[in-house]
Design a binder for this molecule. Sequence first.
Ligand code: AQP
Length: 338
Amino acid sequence: MRIFSGIQPTGRKHLGNYIGAIVQYVEGQQRAADAGDVAIYCVVDLHAMTVPWNPVEMRERVYDTAAILLAAGLDPEKCVFIRQSDVPEHTELAWHLGAVTAHGDLNRMHQFKEKSARQRDLVSADLFTYPVLMAADVLAYRANEVPVGDDQRQHVELMRDVAQRFNERFGDVLVVPELKIPSVGARIMDLQNPTSKMSTSSDSPEGTVYVLDDAKATEKKFKRAVTDSDDPPQIVAGDKAKPGVSNLVDILAATRGCTPAEAIASLADARGYGDLKVATANAVNELLEPVRARYAELRPDEAKLEAIFAEGAQKAREITVPVLQDVRRAIGVGPKPR
Ligand code: AQP
């Protein structure tokens, strides 16, 4: 059972990234090792080039993201931890997969529609073909499982279609991976606008809780979270008519590692939404305070982070080079096989 997932080095990571993806990564590295296989986690710097970027800041953000992941519990002894641009098989496979990807399928991607609408200058070809590179990231490892948040569902479905189409045409070369989204917290919503997902590009600093926010700032954001005016207050989960309260319950449950029903039961004596907000802020701070402290230790040592990436790339290429040899042989490029 092999796992692959990637995370962008865009800006600071938020609570949605943490609950939707990073918690799953940490759990997955042990599960893959127990099954005699490996989990590969990737800081996807090439994906960050699909929208405008600053080259100097890009390197800094890659280190920031790497240090957050390591602080959260990724262990380079247990998993393969890489920077996407260090493993050239990702981009080569993307080209080969582009040949079996329908233009019309890429046109239907929600993320392309949303992000292209926001670009003021250039809508790049890379933004359009981003899901093909994401497919290559996973398929180059013959990974079985892709842990992501709910917003990536459509991209994983596309990569499954691409792998199937490739195999139908060229033989059983690639593995068709499965989507894995968390049962609670697959879509953490913005605290100020709880009908929209918490997002890096939303420009909602008060509604977005960053992993590296300090405890006070985190508490303040939760205290100001939008709920509703029900009187008496109703603390419920999964209610579309009460998105703010449902989101807080989901965050409380996901950070405590319990079910939404258990989180609600723990608030049986709550006098109002204030108690829900304080309980959620406390649970988030309890989860993130140790991560923030470890981040402060890890982030300054860039040479160590580079050494971890170098070792990761070496281990990664032990998997990807043979897969690409099989792909080249199957599609008829490169020298005649002997
Ligand atoms: N709100 C969310 N709830 C649960 N999971 C989420 N993810 C993102 N937002 C939420 C999951 O986090 C992982 C990494 O996402 P990314 O690499 O796309 O990082 P990002 O660009 O910083 O995240 P955003 O916020 O999704 O950016 P925008 O909206 O600007 O594109 C993925 O597994 C994702 O599902």
